[in-house]
Design a protein around this ligand. Structure first.
Ligand code: LMR
Length: 335
């Protein structure tokens, strides 16, 4: 009896002395950062820079483990792992949060943002900042937006006009907007985790895809896609997220330092993303394995006109105010 009383008292003591971030007093907080792309991409660089800066500045207090290329968790289970605190940082693309918030679908609307600069402006303004908090009720805290880049269309046949895509099956991320975007041009879609894209294209399960240059090059997708059309039709960006219970359980002073590091890393990732994508575009072109198709303004306008009705289909889910705020960041005058 006495023995079991002691045992439960010891157990209670252990529970109160183990804080919400799970580390025992005196041992470092471990942050596992899992992602699905290669190291040599904007997100891959960001994860490694975060690890480097944390270990330089918070040595002994915080330890960061980076798992790229879906080696720890992949698209199918990473958000569930975050909810269970099995992983503490993720940076899924903004297309992958649909089950938690419909508002982030704004980023998938085709031809909404003219370029990455416009995306940047939207993310910095108040609507964009508010969206970082749009998943709070699911205990997901948005810490920052990280850029990758504008998406290009690749396929087994040349795509110059929207009708060229009719009947092809495109791999998409798990997003209703992207499904609707391809339906607009008569194409089929298949939602597949990023880790399966190369094999699906190689085997012919799907015949096309949409990706920024850095994802195409780092996964060698151009080796299995003979044509890439430079459409810049949408953006692929990320939200750096953590589990709110874990994040707010980190002692205040440490958390403030981590947030300052995140700001620094975000600045670096977002500054270099476009250059990294341009360098990968040049590498793809130099490889000679794929033909790059560029569109003149009239041809690009035809793609925009074909896909644009998707905005209206999703207006109620996303919110007219969010779409309007996003559209307002484009500098070029549109008709
Ligand atoms: C994709 O699934 O195509 C992207 O979200 C992968 C990534 O993280 O860039």
């Amino acid at each position: 009896m006495l023995k079991s009383l002691f045992a439960s008292a010891a157990c209670a003591l252990l529970l109160v002395s183990t804080s919400a971030h799970g580390a025992q007093p005196g041992s470092p907080i471990v942050i596992k950062f899992s992602h699905v792309v290669a190291d040599d991409t904007p997100k891959g660089h960001g994860a490694l820079l975060f690890k480097q800066l944390v270990e330089e500045r918070l040595e002994g207090q915080v330890q960061v483990e980076v798992y790229p290329n879906s080696t720890l968790y992949g698209d199918a289970n990473e958000l569930e792992a975050l909810a269970n605190n099995q992983v503490q940082l993720l940076a899924p693309s903004l297309a992958k949060f649909e089950q938690y918030t419909k508002q982030l679908q704004v980023f998938d609307l085709p031809f909404l943002f003219d370029d990455l600069e416009a995306v940047n402006r939207f993310q910095k303004r108040s609507k964009g900042r508010q969206l970082l908090r749009s998943m709070e009720k699911h205990d997901i805290v948005g810490l920052a937006y990280w850029h990758n880049g504008m998406k290009q269309l690749s396929a087994t046949r040349p795509l110059r006009v929207p009708a060229d895509a009719a009947g092809l099956n495109f791999r998409i991320q798990p997003s209703g907007v992207l499904e609707a975007q391809f339906a607009q041009i008569g194409a089929k879609t298949q939602k597949l985790p990023f880790a399966e894209v190369f094999n699906a294209l190689k085997s012919g399960t799907v015949q096309g895809a949409e990706n920024p240059w850095s994802n195409i090059y780092s996964k060698q997708l151009h080796q299995v896609q003979p044509y890439i059309t430079e459409t810049n039709h949408g953006v692929l960006d990320y939200m750096l997220v953590s589990n709110a219970k874990f994040w707010y359980g980190i002692p205040h002073r440490t958390r403030v330092e981590l947030e300052a590091i995140i700001d620094e890393v975000t600045y670096a990732v977002n500054r270099e993303a476009e250059a990294l994508n341009n360098a990968d575009r040049a590498r793809i072109q130099a490889s000679g394995s794929t033909q790059l198709i560029t569109l003149n303004p009239a041809e690009r306008e035809a793609w925009r006109a074909a896909m644009r009705p998707v905005w209206q289909q999703f207006e109620d889910q996303i919110g007219k105010d969010v779409i309007k705020a996003a559209e307002a960041v484009n500098r070029k005058q549109r008709q």
